[in-house]
Design a protein around this ligand. Structure first.
Ligand code: RRO
Length: 314
């Protein structure tokens, strides 16, 4: 019997569970030089805002042990340009499309949802409420249950019932399950876990922060245990809410770990910077490891680690 590698998240179906991570592949043009985008479960585009934005001043990247910091600051062309130029091109590639949106206000989220609503052929909408590179922590909607709820409610009201909403959360909170419950209650169909963690690096030669805006989002293998923990906790709290897992996945084994914790699909982000074909290698390795472990369906592996009787940590 052949292995069934397909997966689903809240009505969105994917031929395989490997997606790009928002922000790490733009709208896919560069990646398409290396493999056919249609080989991905889906592409998740860089979070787009209402207006064009040049992002933060450079330097806005710094290497860290087993990871990196970014302080891009939501650079992008704005939703109108994006829908006009990037979406038609992506449709030609035959890849499933998950659009990621980010706002500075609840009204921004409403505006973005209305714009996306008119576009045919969108598989899901990622609502990024957790970008760390904003002017103040009050703009990180996912750090507070009330603002998280308001942003997701605004999207739910304005997107209509057809496009699944995936809320992207930050692990930089006391209890991520509290925020998860709030956004699911507000209408999120799935969750993207996790965004980068807020970090900082000081150059010991110049004795000054390496990033122009001082802080940035930490990604890469260094954060994988945090992702596993967050996915595990949220899957235990909300077992019927599908999770798109991400955070330091660099191999099929890493992806498998997130799946065992409870992810229904896995995004590959930072690994792509070092190796543009990382997602394809990870896809193949994940399929192999699932088969080696005796699974006939990928879906049977989702959340498998929860089957331990009497385990702590839930
Ligand atoms: O653009 C960014 O600086 C950025 C975003 Br929107 C995000 O969600 N996470 C991140 O680490 N960087």
């Amino acid at each position: 019997m052949s292995f069934d590698f397909s997966t689903a998240m809240a009505g969105a179906r994917f031929s395989n569970p490997i997606l790009t991570a928002s922000g790490c592949a733009g709208s896919g043009k560069e990646l398409s030089q290396f493999f056919r985008l249609s080989e991905l479960g889906a592409i998740v585009t860089k979070s787009i805002m209402v207006k064009p934005r040049s992002g933060r001043a450079t330097p806005r990247m710094a290497e860290t042990p087993s990871g990196m910091l970014n302080s891009i600051g939501l650079q992008g062309p704005g939703i109108d340009q994006f829908l006009e130029n990037d979406i038609p091109w992506l449709k030609e590639q035959g890849v499933k499309i998950v659009i990621s949106i980010a706002g500075e206000s609840v009204e921004d989220y409403a505006v973005l949802a209305r714009k996306v609503r008119g576009v045919a052929g969108i598989t899901a909408l990622e609502v990024n409420i957790s970008c760390p590179n904003v002017e103040n922590r009050g703009q990180v909607f996912a750090c507070n249950p009330t603002t998280a709820r308001e942003a997701i409610s605004a999207v739910r009201r304005n997107i209509g019932g057809e496009v699944p909403i995936i809320a992207k959360l930050t692990p930089d909170v006391t209890d991520i399950t509290e925020i998860a419950r709030e956004v699911v209650d507000a209408g999120a169909d799935g969750l993207a876990l996790i965004n980068t963690l807020l970090g900082m690096v000081i150059d010991t030669n110049t004795m000054l922060p390496k990033l122009s805006q001082k802080t940035g989002g930490l990604s890469g293998p260094a954060i994988r245990p945090v992702a596993v923990r967050a996915i595990y906790q949220v899957h235990a709290a909300l077992p019927n809410t599908p999770i798109l897992g991400m955070g330091g996945v660099a191999s099929g084994r890493d992806a498998f770990e997130l799946v065992l914790a409870g992810a229904s699909a896995v995004s590959v982000g930072t690994a792509t910077f070092g190796n543009p074909t990382a997602a394809m290698a990870i896809k193949q390795e994940l399929e192999e490891i699932c088969i080696q472990r005796g699974f006939q369906n990928f879906r049977d592996a989702i959340g498998f680690a929860h089957r331990v009787e009497g385990g702590d940590g839930e």
